[in-house]
Design a protein around this ligand. Structure first.
Ligand code: NAP
Length: 264
């Protein structure tokens, strides 16, 4: 386990952000939220359905001035309403963290060629297309504020990872979307980047068959000989949202203890 980074100055004081994808304390979205809130950012949290509302409300209490609101990214009216509310409450947005993915459990095991058309479409709608949909909704709120958009990806976008299957294809689409969106919104001084995180035990991760084996493999083979934490992902998110990354857009940064550089 790594030491936590020293406490950060409040470089995001007076700034606002929206975090999509907190399900519980283990969520990577929560790791990002903590880092941004500790740096002074005021946050809006969206939750996918009423089942998550109480948990997200409770976590949001730890972030002063935050609000929570429903937003199932497959429902365009909910996306529209969520960003309208954020506009009314915050007056604008400096950051958006997209930490959302979904694939059916049965598609995260066995042969990739057995992926159903419905499962393929669903994984892509929630995990890849949604970034484009929420970017479009966030744009008017980011105008003139040098906004930053961050999404979460995984090595399965670049390499074959057993059982990751359709989610790997969706992550490849997500990373390509980051590049196209970055080119679209760059002239408005808005940046779009991805963090490719190493495996971390979360609710979604538990859907991938043999997830524990992935963690063991990283701890054995990664240059740093360990796995990474949601806090480390959060601190990279802080870097990508804050002014120190102002020259970076359209890229994917690995936070994986260096595992992606290994050949064998
Ligand atoms: P998580 O805590 O389960 O978060 C995933 C979130 O996506 C949940 O809040 C989930 O809500 C939400 N979601 C699913 N369908 C949605 C929809 N239609 N509308 C809105 N939200 C929806 O898992 P996580 O591991 O932190 O995942 C966050 C991101 O990190 C994902 O993009 C994931 O692929 C990526 N990532 C994770 C790892 C890892 O090892 N954990 C590694 C690399 C990248 P419900 O609970 O209601 O479905």
């Amino acid at each position: 386990m790594s030491e936590p980074a020293p406490s950060v100055p409040r470089i995001l004081e007076g700034k606002t952000g929206v975090i999509l994808g907190v399900a519980n304390k283990r969520s990577l979205a929560w790791g990002c939220a903590r880092s941004l809130a500790d740096a002074g950012m005021k946050l809006a949290f969206t939750y996918a359905n009423e089942r998550l509302k109480a948990a997200v409300d409770k976590l949001a209490e730890e972030c002063p001035g935050s609000i929570t609101l429903p937003c199932d990214v497959t429902q365009s009216d909910e996306v529209k309403a969520a960003f309208e509310t954020i506009g009314n409450e915050f007056g604008g947005l400096d950051a958006m963290v997209h930490a959302i993915a979904f694939a059916r459990r049965e598609e995260l095991q066995g042969n990739f060629f057995d992926t159903s058309k419905e499962g393929y479409m669903l994984a892509h709608e929630v995990s890849a297309y949604s970034l484009t949909a929420v970017t479009r909704a966030a744009l008017p709120l980011m105008e003139g504020r040098e906004g930053s958009i961050v999404t979460l990806s995984y090595l399965g976008a670049d390499r074959v990872v057993p059982n990751y299957n359709v989610m790997g294809i969706a992550k490849a689409a997500l990373e390509a979307s980051v590049r196209y969106l970055a080119a679209d919104v760059g002239p408005r001084s808005i940046r779009v980047n991805a963090i490719s995180a190493g495996p971390i035990r979360t609710l979604s991760a538990s859907g991938v068959k043999d997830f524990g084996t992935m963690l063991d493999r990283i701890a054995e083979k990664a240059p740093l000989r360990r796995n990474v934490t949601a806090e480390e992902v959060g601190d990279t998110c802080l870097f990508l949202v804050g002014p120190h990354s102002r020259g970076i857009t359209g890229t994917t940064i690995f936070v994986d203890a260096g595992y992606h550089v290994m050949g064998l």
